[in-house]
Design a protein around this ligand. Sequence first.
Ligand SMILES: [Zn+2]
Length: 201
Amino acid sequence: MDQIRIGRFIAETRKAQHLTQRQLADLLSVSDKTISKWECGKGLPEVSLMLPLCETLHITVNDLLSGERLPDRDYRERAEQNMVDLIKENEENKKRMILSIICGVITIIACCSLIVIASFLPLPTAARIALILFTVLTAAAGIGAAAVLEVKAGYYECPHCGALFVPTMADYIKGYHTLTKRRLPCPQCGKTGMCRHRIVR
Ligand SMILES: [Zn+2]
């Protein structure tokens, strides 16, 4: 899925309808930041917004996902390709999520072993300190890698407007969280809430 191309196509068709980003945003009940994000290729519209967006721009969902107005003869082939791409995107998200869990588990095991070694082995003080420092670094690297993988795996669902979005790394790190939810600002309605993590759209 070529997000840059799709973004350019959204901007182009919006201008052809003589709409500003603000006007299009109001028609879809989203913020103008969301429109600008799509047009810069930094995200695709949620599936629930695709139909209203396409109706407003007088294009089909297939045109939108292809990033151009499709001639009739190419239509079926591209529709199938677009569907396959969407499914692939969801599968990649699942893989990232599993990798993130594996990464977290390995980190925990490695750190526990290191702590046991540092506590019980008769070691010179300098070696013990070095080992503890190494454990802390391993933990930080492991947690960081798991977080990067997780933030890219799937979407968070806004409890207020139901939008699905990928948070920025900064928002993700700041957000208080439970096992399945994280406190994040929604890019669509602007409210902050406990957003549920979803792996597929
Ligand atoms: Zn929202």
